[in-house]
Unconditional design. Structure first.
Length: 359
C-alpha cells in the first residue's frame, strides 16, 4: 500500500544519510519487508561473524531477536551501539533456561561428579549453550570451561567439548542437543533429560553417571510443530520430494527427513539443486516462502500447512526499523542492547571458543 511504500522510502532515505555509519543485519527468518533493507542476511553464526566484521559502523541495527543482538554487542567493538528495533523481539526457547536454574543444576552435578579432571585430564562436565540463550548463560559457559554453539556448528562444538570432558550439559534446546549427539553415535540412554525443580533433574545418579549429554528441557515452539505425519503426507503426494528440516525439530522428524541443517544449510541445499526439484522444508515459513519465490524452477513448500511464523522474529516491523534509523539520523540511539560488562567479558570467552573451534 501507499503507506507501506512511504515507510520503505523513509528507511531508504535514512540509510542513505547514515551511509557507513550504520550496518543492518537480518536473520533469514525476517519478513521480506525487512530483508530488502538488510546489508547482510544470515543464520545466527554468520550474523555473529558479521557483527564482528564491521568496526567502522557506529551502529549495528539487528533485525532478529534479543539473544542475537546481545551476541552482536559482545562481539562488536567497544564504541559501537547495537540496536534491536523492537525490544519485545525475544525468543521463547531462550527464556526456557535462566541463569538461576542452570546454576542450580550445575551445583547438583558438581556435588555428584566433583570438579576435578580425571586421569586423562577431562573435566566431569562441560557446559554447552546454544546461541539461542541469554548472555548470562554464555557467560556461565565462559566461566566454567564451556562453549557456545549454533545449529550450523553443533557437531564441531560437541566434538570440542568431548575432547575436554567426560560429558556435556547442553542447554536450552533438547532437540538440537539430541539430534546432534545421536548423529555422533551417542545412544538415547546416554542422553538423560534434565527436568527443572526435581532432584537430579528427575534422574537417578546412575543415569547421570553413565550419561554423555545431559539435555535441558527446552524447545522451539515453531519447530516443535513439525511431525512425521506431515513428512509421510509430502512423500505420498510428491514422490521424489526432498525433505529438509532444521535440527530444532524433534528427533523423529529429523530421522524421517532426507537432510537436516541450519537455515543457511537449507538455503544452500536449495540453491545447489540443478534439476527442477520438489522440496518440503521444515523451518520458519518466512524463509521457506522467500526460497519459493527466489527459485521458481523448484516446487518449495513448508511442511506445516498451517502457516507457522516465528512470532517474535515477526515483531521487527518496518515501522520500527524506520524509527530507529531516523533517530540515528537525529543523533539519538534508541533501543540499544547493552550487555553488562562482567557478563560480556565471560560470554566473549565462550563465543570466541566457538569461533575458533575447528572440525
Ligand atoms: P540458525 O540461524 O542457526 O539456523 O537458527 C535458527 C533459529 O532458530 C534462530 O532463532
Ligand atoms: Fe526462538 Fe524458535 Fe523463534 Fe528461533 S524460531 S527465535 S528458536 S522461537
Amino acid at each position: 500500500s501507499a503507506t507501506d511504500e512511504e515507510l520503505h522510502e523513509r528507511i531508504r532515505a535514512a540509510k542513505e544519510t547514515l551511509g557507513d555509519k550504520v550496518v543492518i543485519l537480518g536473520h533469514f527468518y525476517q519478513r521480506d519487508e525487512i530483508v530488502q533493507h538488510a546489508d547482510y542476511l544470515g543464520d545466527s553464526f554468520q550474523l555473529a561473524n558479521a557483527a564482528k566484521a564491521h568496526p567502522e559502523a557506529e551502529a549495528i541495527v539487528f533485525c532478529g531477536v534479543h539473544f542475537m543482538a546481545e551476541t552482536a554487542d559482545i562481539l562488536s567493538a567497544e564504541n559501537q551501539a547495537v540496536i534491536l528495533p523492537n525490544l519485545a523481539a525475544g525468543c521463547s526457547m531462550a527464556d526456557m533456561a535462566d541463569i538461576d536454574s542452570v546454576t542450580q543444576c550445575w551445583e547438583e552435578l558438581t556435588e555428584l561428579f566433583g570438579s576435578e579432571p580425571d586421569a586423562e585430564g577431562k573435566m566431569p562436565v562441560i557446559p554447552v549453550t546454544y546461541m539461542n540463550s541469554s548472555a548470562a548463560l554464555k557467560g556461565f559457559c565462559g566461566e566454567n570451561g564451556g562453549i557456545v554453539c549454533t545449529s550450523s556448528n553443533a557437531e564441531i562444538v560437541l566434538k570440542w567439548a568431548f575432547e575436554r570432558g567426560q560429558r556435556v550439559l547442553f542447554f536450552p534446546d533438547q532437540h538440537l542437543g539430541r539430534n546432534t549427539a545421536k548423529a555422533m553415535g551417542v545412544s538415547l540412554e546416554e542422553m538423560p533429560l534434565w527436568h527443572g525443580r526435581k532432584e537430579l533433574g528427575g534422574n537417578t545418579a546412575e543415569q547421570l553417571m553413565d550419561s554423555k549429554v545431559i539435555l535441558w528441557n527446552g524447545f522451539c515452539s515453531v519447530h516443535k510443530r513439525f511431525n512425521v505425519g506431515q513428512i509421510e503426507k509430502a512423500r505420498a503426494e510428491f514422490p521424489g520430494v526432498r525433505v529438509i528440516v532444521h535440527p530444532e525439530c524433534p528427533m523423529d522428524v529429523v530421522d524421517a527427513a532426507d537432510e537436516y541443517g541450519s537455515t543457511d544449510f537449507i538455503r544452500k541445499a536449495v540453491a545447489a539443486a540443478t534439476e527442477p526439484t520438489t522440496f518440503a522444508i521444515g523451518t520458519e515459513v518466512n524463509m521457506v516462502q522467500r526460497l519459493a519465490a527466489q527459485y521458481p524452477q523448484h516446487k518449495i513448500f513448508c511442511l506445516d500447512p498451517v502457516v507457522c511464523p516465528c512470532s517474535t522474529m515477526y515483531r521487527i516491523h518496518p515501522g520500527y526499523l524506520a524509527w530507529v534509523l531516523e533517530r540515528l539520523v537525529a543523533g539519538e540511539v534508541v533501543n540499544q542492547i547493552r550487555v553488562d560488562e562482567k557478563v560480556s567479558s565471560t560470554a566473549a570467552i565462550a563465543l570466541e571458543r566457538m569461533l575458533a573451534a575447528k572440525p
